[in-house]
Design a protein around this ligand. Structure first.
Ligand code: HEC
Ligand code: HEC
Ligand code: HEC
Ligand code: HEC
Length: 186
């Protein structure tokens, strides 16, 4: 009986000191971490993930995105989306009623306009992910290193995995009840 109780005390003491040591290590290791506020970014001074991506972003075009997302680009370029503009018969390449669905961000201030904005022709990255200028800017701060989990989650929060409001259906009405607008195939 006596032996058991002593054993228990010894164990308790051991657990207690382990907790103490772990606590101290935690405190010291914490003070070794760089202060989060040292990271400057155009949106806020912490790595707390944003509730939703910043709204006032401008369109950058596929090339800019692909510099950091090469694998996604290689997949994307095999899809019909990559050729959605190219495949328009010549006489429709300036027809607003077609460009609305065959280009990216048509009608928006920084979206596709004409041949001077060729980087936004077709259903490019930002047609599904939304404009990503700030996402790109923010990601650039970490471009020369492997991102920590915290940094990655923060960068991810600055762009949509998929635009809300069913962005596909904005263009793919023709697979619902609305026929594709008629056009001359040439
Ligand atoms: C300077 C590099 C850089 C640029 C430029 C960039 N990204 Fe990213 N992006 C990242 C990093 C880093 C992540 C975090 C995930 C990872 O490590 O792949 C990320 C994550 C994402 C995600 C995932 C979002 C989520 O919810 O998880 C999407 C989608 C994305 N980027 C799309 C784009 C698009 C579209 C563009 C062009 C407008 C773009 N990115 C430009 C570096 C970049
Ligand atoms: C900005 C308009 C737009 C958005 C947004 C869009 N698409 Fe498309 N999509 C098109 C156009 C235009 C084509 C036809 C391109 C061509 O054939 O030249 C197409 C083609 C396709 C095809 C190939 C169809 C075929 O006949 O082979 C699939 C599949 C597809 N889209 C799925 C999707 C999905 C899923 C989403 C959402 C995640 C989406 N699209 C978002 C415009 C869009
Ligand atoms: C509401 C969006 C929308 C508009 C507006 C639109 N398209 Fe499309 N277009 C699509 C989608 C989505 C596809 C993919 C196939 C499908 O769903 O019918 C497509 C496919 C095509 C294709 C490829 C067809 C094939 O056989 O691969 C051509 C060419 C085309 N459209 C031309 C035009 C022309 C020309 C106009 C203007 C007169 C136009 N589109 C207007 C959404 C649109
Ligand atoms: C037709 C819509 C569409 C287009 C166009 C598109 N994406 Fe995506 N993307 C998606 C969807 C949906 C997902 C989420 C599912 C997945 O992971 O594949 C995604 C996921 C991603 C991710 C996150 C991958 C991960 O595992 O975290 C990145 C990064 C990305 N896309 C970059 C791009 C880039 C760069 C382009 C242009 C070269 C592009 N996307 C074009 C719809 C699209």
């Amino acid at each position: 009986m006596m032996i058991r109780i002593t054993e228990r005390f010894v164990r308790l003491a051991m657990v207690g000191s382990t907790v103490l040591v772990a606590g101290l290590m935690f405190l010291f290791s914490k003070s070794d971490l760089p202060a989060v506020t040292e990271v400057t970014n155009p949106v806020q001074d912490s790595l707390t993930p944003l509730e939703k991506p910043p709204e006032d972003q401008t369109y950058m075009g596929t090339k800019q995105c692909s510099a950091c997302h090469f694998d996604q680009f290689m997949e994307f370029r095999q899809t019909k989306h990559a050729k959605a503009f190219e495949n328009l018969p010549e006489k429709y390449k300036e027809d607003a009623s077609c460009l609305e669905c065959h280009t990216t961000g048509f009608g928006e201030p920084t979206g596709y306009k004409d041949s001077t904005t060729a980087h936004l022709a077709g259903t490019s990255c930002e047609a599904c992910h939304g404009p990503g200028s700030k996402h790109g800017e923010i990601a650039k701060q970490f471009a020369d290193k492997t991102l920590s989990k915290e940094e990655e989650l923060y960068v991810r929060s600055t762009i949509h995995m998929m635009l809300p409001d069913n962005a596909c259906v904005k263009c793919h009405k023709s697979k619902g009840h609305v026929p594709h607008p008629p056009y001359d195939k040439e």
